[in-house]
Design a protein around this ligand. Structure first.
Ligand SMILES: *Cc1c(COP(=O)(O)O)cnc(C)c1O
Length: 398
C-alpha cells in the first residue's frame, strides 16, 4: 500500500494548491449548446473554431469512409496500414497548406502531440541545439526533450534574444521552434522575423499552426499563408482536431523533409495508422474550409472576436491582447479563477480555468474559446454573467 499512499499524498498536494483537474462529460456533440454532466451548457471550451465538429457532411463522410475502407487501418503506415484515404488526404493537405515551399508534401499523423514528437526527434539529435519559445506547447517541449538535443529557451516572442542566442551558438545543427498562435494567450508569433533568422543562421524553423490552420490566411490555409512567407527552412505542423473538426495532424514541408520523416520519425513509424474513415472525413473537412462555407464561418468568427475583445475590457480582470479565437481573461490566483469558473458554470456557461503548469504561476486565467458555432446571443449570455461577477468582485475588494 505504500505505493498508493505516495500517490494519494501527491493528489492531496494537488488539491491543496487548487490544481485538481476534473473532466466534464458531454452527452451531445461538440457545439455551442451542449449537454454536459447532465446540464444544458453554452460551451466556450472547445477548439472547434469553425464549428465543424458536428457538421452533417463530416458525420456523413466518416460513415462513407467506414463503408469504403472499414473501421480500422490494421497496421502502421509502413507495414500495410496506409490506405488510399490517407494517401489522398496527404495530397490534399500538401496542395492546401504547402504554399510556403516548393515541391511540398504532407505526412498525416493520428495526433498533433505525435507530429511534434516526430518532427523534433527526426530533425534534431545530439549536437543539435533547439531554440524554443518560452510559451511553446507542451508537445513541442516534450519533443525537444525526447530528441536529446541541447535546448535553449528564448523569452516569449523576443526576437532580439533569439538572434543573440543564435549568434553565440556553435552547434552544428540548429532548429528554431515556435507556436504560430500561442494556445493560452492567443497572440501570433513574429513569423517573418523568425524566417529571416532561420535563413541567416542555417536553421530549420518548425512552426506549430494548431490554432491558425483553418482559421487564418486566405481560405484558412494558416498563419504562414496569412504572412505570405516562403522558405525551404520552414516545416509546418497543423492539427486537424481543432478548426478542421475531426482529428489527427500533419507535417508539411519540402518533399525531401517528408521523405526523411518517413524513414526516421519513430512516432510515425511505430504506431498503427489512424482509421481511414477519419482521414476520409478530414479530406471532406478541407473542402468545407476552403470554400464559401469556410469563408462565411471565418467572417462570423472574426465578428465574435471583435465583440469579445470589447466586452472583456469592461471587466475588472486582465484581458490578453489577442486577435484570435483564443480570448484569455487573466484572473491571477488559482482559487479566484476556479471561483469565477464556478460562477459562470452556475449560469450555464462552460469556460475552463487554465492553471499552472499550463500557464506561468500567478497568471491563472479563463480561456474563452470562440467558435463560428456561437451566436451573438451566446456572447450576450457570457457578457451578462461576466459583468455581474466583475461587479461582485469589485464590491468585495472595497
Ligand atoms: C492541441 C495542440 C497540439 C496537439 O494536437 P493534438 O492533435 O490535440 O494532439 C499541439 N500543439 C498545439 C499548439 C496545440 O494547441
Amino acid at each position: 500500500m505504500a505505493l498508493l499512499d505516495t500517490l494519494e499524498q501527491g493528489l492531496r498536494d494537488i488539491d491543496a494548491r487548487g490544481l485538481r483537474r476534473r473532466r466534464r462529460t458531454a452527452d451531445t456533440p461538440c457545439s455551442a449548446h451542449m449537454q454536459v454532466d447532465g446540464r444544458a451548457t453554452i460551451g466556450f471550451a472547445s477548439n472547434d473554431y469553425l464549428g465543424l465538429a458536428a457538421h452533417p457532411q463530416l458525420v456523413a463522410a466518416i460513415a462513407e469512409g467506414a463503408q469504403r475502407y472499414g473501421a480500422g487501418s490494421g497496421g502502421s503506415h509502413l507495414l500495410g496500414g496506409h490506405s488510399r484515404a490517407h494517401a489522398q488526404l496527404e495530397d490534399d493537405l500538401a496542395a492546401f497548406a504547402g504554399t510556403f515551399v516548393d515541391a511540398p508534401r504532407a505526412l498525416y499523423f493520428s495526433t498533433g502531440y505525435m507530429a511534434n514528437l516526430a518532427v523534433l526527434t527526426a530533425l534534431a539529435g545530439r549536437g543539435t541545439t533547439i531554440f524554443s519559445d518560452a510559451l511553446n506547447h507542451a508537445s513541442l517541449i516534450d519533443g525537444a526533450r525526447l530528441s536529446r538535443a541541447d535546448i535553449q529557451i528564448y523569452p516569449h516572442a523576443d526576437m532580439a534574444a533569439l538572434a543573440a542566442m543564435l549568434e553565440a551558438s556553435d552547434a552544428s545543427a540548429k532548429v528554431i521552434v515556435s507556436d504560430t498562435v500561442f494556445s493560452m494567450d492567443g497572440d501570433v508569433a513574429p513569423l517573418a522575423r523568425l524566417v529571416e533568422l532561420a535563413e541567416k543562421h542555417g536553421a530549420w524553423l518548425v512552426v506549430d499552426d494548431a490554432h491558425g490552420f483553418g482559421v487564418l490566411g486566405p481560405q484558412g490555409r494558416g498563419a504562414l499563408a496569412q504572412a505570405a512567407l516562403r522558405s525551404e527552412h520552414l516545416v509546418m505542423v497543423g492539427t486537424l482536431g481543432k478548426a478542421a473538426g475531426v482529428s489527427g495532424a500533419f507535417i508539411c514541408a519540402h518533399g525531401t523533409v517528408i521523405e526523411w520523416l518517413v524513414q526516421r520519425a519513430r512516432p510515425y513509424i511505430f504506431t498503427t495508422a489512424s482509421s481511414p474513415a477519419v482521414a476520409h472525413a478530414v479530406s471532406a473537412s478541407l473542402r468545407l474550409i476552403e470554400r464559401e462555407e469556410g469563408d462565411a464561418r471565418r467572417a462570423h468568427l472574426k465578428h465574435l472576436i471583435g465583440r469579445t475583445r470589447s466586452l472583456l475590457i469592461d471587466t475588472c480582470w486582465q484581458p490578453v491582447d489577442s486577435h484570435t479565437a483564443v480570448q484569455p481573461l487573466v484572473i491571477g490566483a488559482n482559487e479566484a479563477t476556479l471561483a469565477l469558473q464556478a460562477t459562470l458554470e452556475r449560469d450555464g456557461l462552460w469556460v475552463p480555468a487554465i492553471r499552472p503548469p499550463t500557464v506561468p504561476e500567478g497568471t491563472s486565467r479563463l480561456r474563452i474559446s470562440l467558435s463560428a458555432a456561437h451566436s451573438d446571443a451566446d456572447l450576450d449570455r457570457l457578457n451578462a454573467s461576466l459583468q455581474r461577477a466583475s461587479l461582485e468582485a469589485r464590491e468585495f475588494a472595497q
